[in-house]
Design a protein around this ligand. Structure first.
Ligand code: TXA
Ligand code: MG
Length: 324
C-alpha cells in the first residue's frame, strides 16, 4: 500500500516525536498501540503514566523487521527463528530471554522481553523511520477495551499523546497472540488470531494452550478489556432475548452482541451482529464502546464458536464479564 501525503507527514511527525521522547499512537493490524522509544526509560515511563497502568506490567517491543531482533534478546533460538519466519509481520508476540539493552521499565524488571513485528504499513513505516524498537501497549486507559479506531485513542488519551497516526479501523480488532518461548513446552499466555495449533504446526511439537485463572501472564487480570456496562455471556439468542426483556422490565437497557442478531424486538439495542468469528473480533471493542456511548447498562453477548479466532474472542468476553 503506497503512503499518501498526509500519511507520510504523520509518519515523519511521529518518528520525530518518538526521537524526542514523546508518545505516539499508531495503528497495527490488531489494535492501536501507544508507542515510545523502547530504549528510553523516561519515555517508557510516560506510557505508564498516560495509561494509568501499574509499572510492573511489561510492554511489547515492536520492530520493523525480524532482522532487528538480535540486540534485544539473549539468543535467537530455532523456535523463535521458525515462528518469526512463519508469522512476522503479524499478530504474534514472542516472550524471550532479554539482553541487557532492554530497560527494566519495558520488562517490569523481568529477565524476559516480549517482541513482535506488526503487519501494518503505517506501523512499519513509523518504526522504520524512527530507527529503533518501539515499546507499545494497547492505547487505552488501564482496564479499558483496546482501541480499534484513532478516535477511540483521542477520546481516551487525547492530550497525553504527541501524535496519533490514523490508519482507519484495525483489521483484526483484538490483541496479538502472546507465546512464551522461555518455558517448556512453549505456552500461549494470551490467545489471538494465531492459534495454538498453528504455532504447534510450525514448531513441530506441542504448545500449551493458555492456562485459565487470574495469574497466567503479568498484567492479564480477569477484569481486563471491560467496558463501563456489565457484560453477560449467554448461550444463544433466545436466552439473550429473555434476559433482555427481564432487564427492560426492571427499567434497564440491554445491548446485544450476537451472530445473526437483527430480527430482534425493541427490548434490546443491537450493538453488533457479526457474520463470522473474524468479523466478531473486528467489531467487539467498538461494540463495547458504543454500549457505553448509548447508555447501555448490560451487554448481552452470544459468543462465536470456539474455533480459530473464536477462542480468543471468547477469552476477551469472559474477561470483560469477570470482576464487575
Ligand atoms: O496486539 C497487541 O499485542 C497490541 C498491539 C499494540 O501490538 N499490544 C498489546 O499490548 O496488546 P498490551 O501491553 O496491552 O499487552 C501486552 C501483553 C500483556 O498481556 C503482557 O502481560 C504480555 O504481553 N507481556 C509483555 N511482556 C511480557 C513478558 N516479558 N513476559 C510475559 N508476558 C509479557
Ligand atoms: Mg492492553
Amino acid at each position: 500500500m503506497p503512503m499518501t501525503t498526509p500519511d507520510a507527514a504523520a509518519i515523519a511527525a511521529g518518528a520525530a516525536a518518538l526521537a524526542a521522547g514523546r508518545l505516539v499512537a499508531f495503528p497495527t493490524e490488531t489494535v492501536y498501540g501507544l508507542g515510545a522509544s523502547a530504549l528510553d526509560p523516561v519515555a517508557v515511563a510516560g506510557i505508564f503514566a498516560a495509561k494509568g497502568r501499574p509499572t510492573d506490567h511489561p510492554l511489547i517491543c515492536h520492530l520493523a523487521s525480524a532482522d532487528d531482533l538480535a540486540p534485544l534478546v539473549a539468543a535467537i533460538t530455532p523456535d523463535a527463528a521458525a515462528l518469526a519466519d512463519a508469522f512476522w509481520p503479524g499478530p504474534l508476540t514472542l516472550v524471550m530471554h532479554r539482553s541487557a539493552v532492554v530497560p527494566d521499565a519495558v520488562t517490569g524488571g523481568r529477565d524476559t522481553v516480549a517482541v513482535r513485528v506488526p503487519a501494518h504499513p503505517l506501523a512499519l513505516a513509523l518504526i522504520g523511520a524512527f530507527g529503533g524498537p518501539v515499546a507499545a501497549p494497547s492505547a487505552n486507559r488501564f482496564g479499558r477495551p483496546s482501541p480499534t479506531r484513532a478516535q477511540d485513542v483521542l477520546d481516551e488519551l487525547g492530550d497525553a499523546v504527541a501524535v496519533v497516526i490514523d490508519g482507519g479501523p484495525c483489521e483484526i480488532g483484538i490483541e496479538s497472540t502472546v507465546l512464551d518461548l522461555t518455558t517448556e513446552p512453549p505456552q500461549v499466555l494470551r490467545p489471538g488470531r494465531i492459534s495454538a495449533d498453528q504455532l504447534a504446526h510450525v514448531l513441530r511439537r506441542a504448545v500449551a494452550a493458555e492456562a485459565s485463572g487470574p495469574a497466567r501472564a503479568p498484567g492479564m487480570l480477569e477484569s481486563h478489556y471491560a467496558p463501563g456496562a456489565r457484560v453477560e455471556v449467554l448461550g444463544d439468542i433466545d436466552a439473550a432475548m429473555a434476559r433482555a426483556r427481564d432487564i427492560a422490565e426492571d427499567g434497564g437497557r440491554a445491548g446485544l452482541i450476537a451472530p445473526g442478531a437483527g430480527d430482534t424486538d425493541n427490548a434490546v439495542t443491537v450493538l453488533a451482529a457479526p457474520t463470522s468469528p473474524d468479523d466478531y473480533a473486528a467489531r467487539l471493542y467498538a461494540a463495547f464502546r458504543r454500549a457505553d456511548a448509548q447508555g447501555v447498562d448490560v451487554i448481552l453477548a452470544v459468543p462465536p464458536p470456539a474455533e480459530g479466532i473464536g477462542v480468543a474472542v471468547r477469552d476477551r468476553l469472559a474477561r470483560a464479564a469477570a470482576g464487575r
